[in-house]
Write a protein that binds this ligand. Sequence first.
Ligand code: GDP
Length: 194
Amino acid sequence: PIRKIDYLGPMAAAGGWRPETSLPEVAFSGRSNVGKSSLINALVRRKALARVSKTPGRTREIHFFGINDAFTLVDLPGYGYAKISKERQAEWRPLIEGYLRGAPALRGVVQLLDVRRDPTDDDLQMFDLLADIGLPTLVCVTKVDKLSKGAAAKQVQSLALRLGLDPAQVISFSAVSGAGRDELAEAVMSLVTA
Ligand code: GDP
């Protein structure tokens, strides 16, 4: 159970401020609108933990939260927002890559995908980057309540095939129904306590 959450602060640029690395870290990644804030809030059972990362001007920062003084939850900026220009869309990479490569206490990344969408080029770049760094990656599909059980299972099959994963490794999640919440919490806990 989560007893204590502290907002530790933002990292605004690669090589910029970040909290001390004495505690294990787990990071959450995905394109904007994938449902990352909703998922983080459901996971920690707080209504608006991820609100700070949604405030204007702060959406392109990395936000750090201390959980139970035991590990650090890292909210990476959502990438690939469709309404901004291609050049600005590519801006996510230096900050995220800089953080990921310079985080000795990072135990793994929860990579989110919308169950209704094919992975974008940015998603595939993220998977390549995570594989290149050799970071353990949990794949979690979001918003599964938007499809029937059968259709969601089919989508998970095809996403897994596309990414070279076993479908059983993919966590199906819904912030609306609560599906997958406990499974994800357990998987995150085993990453940070391993
Ligand atoms: P973020 O930009 O990745 O942080 O995404 P948000 O958590 O803000 O969610 C983006 C939109 O998707 C919002 O309108 C949410 O209400 C909606 N959403 C997020 N998670 C779910 C979910 O599990 N089910 C449904 N039906 N909608 C969701």
